[in-house]
Design a protein around this ligand. Structure first.
Ligand SMILES: [Zn+2]
Length: 257
C-alpha cells in the first residue's frame, strides 16, 4: 500500500470518528461549572424544549402569582445573578408560584420557580440572590437535564436531529417521565448548588451570608411547621449540613479576599 493510501484511510477514519456523535444524536456542550466540554444526548436547544415541556406540566399543578411587583423583583435580582452563571446559551425565566409551601426548583433550560410561601421567608435581596443563585446553579451545572436523561433513557434517532419532530419526541418523553416529585437532586448536587448560588450572588454584588440566614430560617420552619416543607426541598441534604457547607465556603472566601 502506498504512503498516500495510508494517509487517506487515516483521514477517512478520523472523519468517521468525528461523525459518530453526530450520527447518534450526541452534542458537545460546555459546562461552565467544571470549565470542561461534555458529551450529551441533548443540545442547549433540546434542553430548552425539555424545559418548555416541564413548564407546561408545572402550570397544570400551580397557579402563577398575580403580584407583578413581586415578580419584577425576582426577575431583576434573578437576571443579575444568572448573568454570572456562564449559561448565556439559554434565556433564564423566573416565575412566582402561588403556594404556602416553602419551595423553589429549577427545570431544564433555565426555568426557575419560587413559591410565595418561600418568598415570605426572604427578608433581603442578599437572601433572594442566594436562593435564586442556588436554582441557577442547578441550571448551570445541567443537573436537571442529567437527571431527566437518566430517567427518560431514550435516544433520538439521527433522522430527528434538526426536525420539528425532535421537539415532539422530547415533549412526549418528558410527559411520560416527568413527575414534579422526582425533580430532586443528589446531596452532592444540592451542596454544589448552594456554593454556586453564593458565588454568583457575590459576583453580582450581594452578600453570600444571605444563604446562611435563609438556611437558618428554613431549619426553624422544618422544626416548627414541617408540613410547609415538601418534596423536593425535603430531599435536600439535612439543613444543618447545608449550613455547615455554606459557613465553610463563606469563611474560605472571606479569608482569601
Ligand atoms: Zn436544589
Amino acid at each position: 500500500m502506498s504512503n498516500r493510501g495510508k494517509i487517506n484511510w487515516l483521514g477517512l477514519l478520523l472523519v468517521l470518528l468525528t461523525m459518530v456523535p453526530w450520527l447518534s444524536g450526541c452534542a458537545t456542550v460546555y459546562n461552565p461549572v467544571t470549565g470542561k466540554s461534555e458529551s450529551t444526548l441533548y443540545s442547549s436547544q433540546d434542553e430548552l424544549s425539555m424545559g418548555k415541556a416541564v413548564d407546561a406540566q408545572i402550570k397544570k399543578e400551580y397557579k402563577a402569582s398575580p403580584d407583578q411587583a413581586l415578580y419584577s423583583r425576582i426577575k431583576t435580582v434573578g437576571e443579575k445573578v444568572a448573568a454570572h452563571s456562564g449559561r448565556s446559551d439559554i434565556p433564564f425565566t423566573f416565575q412566582v408560584l402561588e403556594a404556602d409551601q416553602v419551595n423553589a426548583f429549577a427545570g431544564p433550560g433555565g426555568y426557575v420557580y419560587v413559591t410565595t410561601g418561600l418568598l415570605k421567608l426572604v427578608t433581603s435581596d442578599d437572601e433572594l440572590a442566594c436562593v435564586l443563585g442556588h436554582e441557577i446553579g442547578h441550571v448551570a451545572a445541567r443537573h436537571a437535564v442529567k437527571q431527566l436523561q437518566s430517567q427518560v433513557f431514550y435516544s433520538l434517532s439521527a433522522s430527528l436531529i434538526f426536525s420539528e419532530e425532535r421537539y415532539a419526541e422530547i415533549e412526549k418523553a418528558v410527559n411520560l417521565a416527568f413527575n414534579l416529585k422526582q425533580l430532586s437532586y443528589s446531596r452532592k448536587d444540592e451542596l454544589q448548588a448552594d456554593q454556586l448560588g453564593m458565588q454568583y450572588g457575590l459576583k453580582s454584588g450581594y452578600q453570600p451570608e444571605g444563604m446562611l440566614s435563609f438556611l437558618k430560617k428554613l431549619a426553624e420552619i422544618e422544626k416548627k411547621q414541617p408540613r410547609l416543607i415538601i418534596v423536593p426541598l425535603s430531599t435536600h441534604p439535612v439543613t444543618s449540613v447545608r449550613i455547615e457547607n455554606a459557613t465553610a465556603w463563606i469563611e474560605s472566601k472571606r479569608r482569601s479576599a
